[in-house]
Design a protein around this ligand. Structure first.
Ligand code: GTP
Ligand code: MG
Length: 309
């Protein structure tokens, strides 16, 4: 069992200085003109711009309309509290811990090109290694020599084991070898790195199915967890992306990357609402310790922290 606690060290708020978009400040501006006939249209637009998705944007706007009808004198502060509570309810309905009651536990990491898979794998390897687990990473992105080298470097930095092949090797066979080796060496956790892929390229998506089949062959019911890395700045098409990945290899949850550069993360609300996928971690930099366990309350507070309430 691995508990996802609030981070005592790094705080999501602290990255707002670099934020390019700020929903809180935008709402403050809108509610300063409460009498504006188009207030609710603009409000819905603001939610949409924050990547909350069509369904959530409409629902939140409707709820705010009702809230203001029954509380016409509500201060901006209480409106923000109300919105935070609504988003919190969507996001908080998720597991607080990850059951790791099998050994080796197999964690497959998938995602679009450059979304942060390899870096996040290094961070996760480091995290679990600190927890006392024996970690092995499998370099199943065999398309580019640089990808194998990058993972090799991270494995050295994080001081974990790695199984790799030559460039151009079959990714599924690297996975096969890695799991065989993990079983033989008493490894607790295997993390599989995969090549970045466009969710619209069916052949590449089918390769993930093959990797999943091979996992299952070596260790029945593995992979035990599949994480989708999602760049914070991906925007609305992330819902389609997550949906397609989910079809080819069932996703357990998300790891939202690059929050430090954008402080934009409404997309995880859209994905939670539409696909019921939770978020487990947030990437906040390029170093091994730059990973924060997801906490719904902290996340919602951070999302609105520029509201000045
Ligand atoms: N600022 C910041 N940069 C990140 C974060 N996560 C990853 N990166 C950077 O994003 C770039 C791509 O990261 P990778 O880990 O190589 O992404 P990938 O998904 O493995 O990429 P491909 O294997 O090419 O598909 C690198 O320059 C990373 O340093 C993060 O949380 N914050
Ligand atoms: Mg990579």
């Amino acid at each position: 069992m691995f508990r996802l606690f609030k981070s005592p060290f790094k705080k999501l708020f602290s990255f707002f200085s670099k934020a390019k978009f700020s929903i809180g400040a935008k709402l403050r501006q809108l509610f300063a003109q409460k009498e504006d006939a188009e207030l609710f249209t603009k409000l819905e637009e603001a939610f949409y711009e924050a990547d909350l998705g069509v369904a959530t944007s409409q629902e939140l706007t409707e709820k705010t309309r009702k809230y203001l009808k029954s509380n016409p004198d509500a201060s901006f502060d209480t409106i923000i509290q109300f919105l935070k509570q609504e988003l919190f309810q969507i996001l908080n309905d998720q597991p607080l811990s990850i059951e790791m009651n099998v050994s080796p536990f197999v964690l497959l990491v998938v995602g679009a090109n450059g979304s942060g898979k390899t870096t996040s794998i290094a961070k996760l390897a480091h995290l679990f290694q600190k927890e006392g687990k024996k970690v092995l990473i499998a370099a199943a992105d065999t398309y580019r020599a640089a990808a194998i080298e990058q993972l090799d470097l991270w494995a050295k930095k994080a001081n974990v084991e790695i199984v790799k092949s030559q460039i151009g090797g079959d990714p599924a066979s690297v996975v096969f070898d890695a799991l065989a080796s993990a079983k033989a060496r008493g490894i607790d956790l295997v993390i599989i790195d995969t090549a970045g892929r466009l969710h619209t390229k069916t052949a590449l998506m089918q390769e993930l199915e093959k990797i999943k089949r091979i996992c299952n062959k070596q260790i029945p019911s593995s992979p035990h967890m599949t994480l989708l890395t999602l760049d914070s700045t991906t925007g609305q098409n992330a819902v389609d992306l997550a949906k397609t990945f989910h079809q080819f290899t069932p996703i357990s949850g998300l790891l939202l990357t690059k929050w430090d550069g954008s402080a934009k993360g409404g997309i995880i609300v859209a994905i939670k609402k539409e696909l019921h996928l939770p978020t487990f971690w947030i990437g906040v930099g390029e170093q091994l310790d730059d990973l924060i366990p997801f906490d719904a309350e902290e996340f919602v507070d951070a999302l609105f922290s520029d509201a000045g309430t």
